[in-house]
Design a protein around this ligand. Structure first.
Ligand SMILES: NC(=O)c1ccc[n+]([C@@H]2O[C@H](COP(=O)([O-])OP(=O)(O)OC[C@H]3O[C@@H](n4cnc5c(N)ncnc54)[C@H](O)[C@@H]3O)[C@@H](O)[C@H]2O)c1
Length: 345
């Protein structure tokens, strides 16, 4: 038996709640006691599927008032992150494990970071791919200097810089020893737009950037002719590695030793979500910064919003980001619609 157990509430009982089930099940410290979903039948089905025997609510505020859970897992669409995180902090929740992206506007990201800082709550965002055995191994190889001095990173992702590009950006930052970015310059193609979880965005984004330690970067999301669908190519002075999002390795080459290869670790089923939950609860107990801390999500988000500002202004944007409150790409999409209306008059 673990020394301490924690009551867990899950708010939003859809797809991502189900992704969290193995992580919760693997941690004997956790007991799911409450669920909330605006659709009662979704929470009831989820409760039955997993045998939680939890109390079900349709109003998350009601749940927080009556249950005082230690841990809340927020598996809601992006616009709900700020209000629900705020309510959890006000209710005295100790650890909040939220879905990514942090928020759909930059001012909401700033508000979430300020609330977390002030309250001292453990707050994480689900860039869970950091816990894949492939990504862990690549971080070890890069840090050991296997590919020489890192010079360049090329990032790839499916469409939607904010919703999907966030995984590639977080992966790249993790390969760069958590060092952030000095400047970005990007362009959004709005020929087609997409809408994921009620967050509209460009169909294609391309950009270049420079990490604060001088490593050059480029990012491409959603183009048809990319040579990787999602992941990062890391090039150093003595070789390169191409890593997909979930840590699968396409190629790893060492210039000084053409015969070099390394055993690619087998991914353990559900290792990403097990790692996400275990690390957050370990950090709740130890006080250490979680691997998926809000500070790291904020760093990745700041770069993505800087890219949107760059696309809107057609200028290079220096970080830290200033002069952005909303979501510049929404303003670009709205402006395009206005122009389109004028054209048809
Ligand atoms: N980390 C990842 O790899 C990953 C992958 C996919 C999606 N996501 C993110 O996860 C989030 C959730 O996605 P999903 O696929 O689980 O969505 P979903 O639609 O399957 O589930 C959301 C659930 O929330 C419920 N809900 C809506 N409003 C609510 C409210 N006010 N209170 C309580 N419940 C409410 C809905 O009824 C639904 O059951 C998205 O923001 C998305 O960006 C992350």
């Amino acid at each position: 038996m673990p020394e301490r157990t924690y009551s867990v509430a899950i708010i939003g009982c859809g797809g991502r709640a189900r992704a969290h089930v193995p992580g919760i099940a693997a941690d004997a410290r956790l007991k799911v006691t409450a669920l909330a979903d605006v659709r009662a039948e979704s929470a009831d089905t989820f409760n039955t599927e997993n045998g939680y025997g939890a109390t079900v609510y349709t109003d998350y505020a009601d749940l927080l008032r009556r249950e005082t859970p230690d841990v809340v897992i927020i598996t809601l669409w992006t616009a709900l992150h700020l209000p629900v995180i705020t309510a959890c902090i006000e209710a005295g929740v100790k650890a909040i494990l939220s879905e990514k992206p942090m928020a759909a506007t930059w001012s909401e990201c700033e508000q979430i970071a300020a609330l977390a800082e002030k309250s001292g709550v453990v707050l994480t965002f689900a860039h869970q791919r950091r816990f894949s055995s492939g990504n862990i191994r690549i971080r070890e190889l890069i840090n050991a200097g296997t590919f020489g001095k890192i010079e360049r990173m090329e990032l790839f992702s499916p469409p939607h810089l904010l919703d999907c590009g966030t995984h590639s950006m977080d992966q790249a930052i993790s390969f760069n020893n958590e060092i952030g970015v000095a400047w970005v310059h990007g362009a959004a193609d709005l020929t087609d737009t997409v809408n994921y979880f009620n967050v509209p965005a460009e169909g294609v984004f391309t950009g270049v950037f420079r990490f604060a330690n001088g490593v050059h970067g480029s990012i491409r999301t959603g183009t048809l002719d990319m040579d990787m669908w999602g992941g990062v190519r890391v090039t150093g002075s003595d070789g390169f590695v191409e890593v997909f999002w979930d840590g699968d390795i396409r190629r790893a080459v060492k210039y000084s030793d053409p015969s070099w290869s390394f055993p690619v670790p087998d991914a353990v089923p559900e290792e990403q979500m097990i790692g996400l939950v275990k690390n957050a609860i370990d950090c709740l107990e130890s006080g250490a910064e979680p691997e998926l801390s809000y500070k790291r999500a904020f760093k990745a988000g700041e770069i993505l919003f800087a890219f949107y500002k760059s696309a809107q202004t057609n200028k290079r944007v220096l970080l830290p980001l200033t002069g952005v409150t909303g979501n510049p790409v929404w303003e670009m999409i709205a402006a395009q619609k206005t122009e389109g209306t004028k054209e048809t008059l």
